[in-house]
Design a binder for this molecule. Sequence first.
Ligand code: HEC
Length: 242
Amino acid sequence: MYLSKVCRLLVTLVLTPLVLTFPYAALGDDVATSESLTTLFRASRKVISVNQNLINDASKGHKGLDGKSVVEMAKANYKDASGKTLSSGKPQKAMLESVSEIMSEAQELINQADVGFKGFLPAIFARRVAGRFSQKMQGSMSIKLTAPKKYVRNRANRPDKWEHDVIENKFKGEGYENGKPFFEVAKSKGKDAFRYILPEYYGESCLGCHGSPKGELDITGGKKEGGVLGELGGAISLAIFK
Ligand code: HEC
């Protein structure tokens, strides 16, 4: 009698913390995966921003930005940004493969000589990589570059309701810490998911296209948004489906 009580107590003492911590441990994994993938996504896009002048150079044919070299530069940027070597998990591999494929497919365009601006931009690269990654993950994960509704240029990048609410009510809310991601378990496309979204802000280099005067055409032929330095200009949104 006494022994069984002690046993039950022991079992409770051992199991309760396990049961209680399990969901948080799982969430911790999702946070780590999200941090890794959004950092890698930005690290890859940075290769395109840093090489924008080279890509636009009309005096050069071959630019040396093939799939393999862009993947290597993305990995180096990842290490600089996170202080860690990229883990070789399935989603990380899928993202690097996506980067490589998108660059292979862009070779003809970016290696043209005698053409300056070719319309190959960080946001366009990012949209293509995101689409390819989401396809490769076959409904288990998806990533997307989005923006505040009033600033969206490409309808494919429009925020869904959850993204819109976080952008307007959290990121733009009084006192929200700059650069802090927001995450929670929520629906995405009607399915349960761990959702993670990271805000991004306009820097000086963005304003030639997204800045003032509002409505004036930029080099791409699109209308400038009238954005200002440091303003919330976009967000990277990741869903890990359950
Ligand atoms: C040369 C002009 C140009 C520059 C410079 C530029 N962008 Fe863009 N941006 C565009 C175009 C064009 C699109 C639409 C891309 C597409 O079709 O997906 C876009 C799309 C975006 C999007 C996706 C949402 C949308 O509007 O469709 C975000 C977010 C964004 N830009 C942020 C930035 C930030 C932040 C910077 C600076 C680091 C920047 N852009 C620099 C032209 C530019």
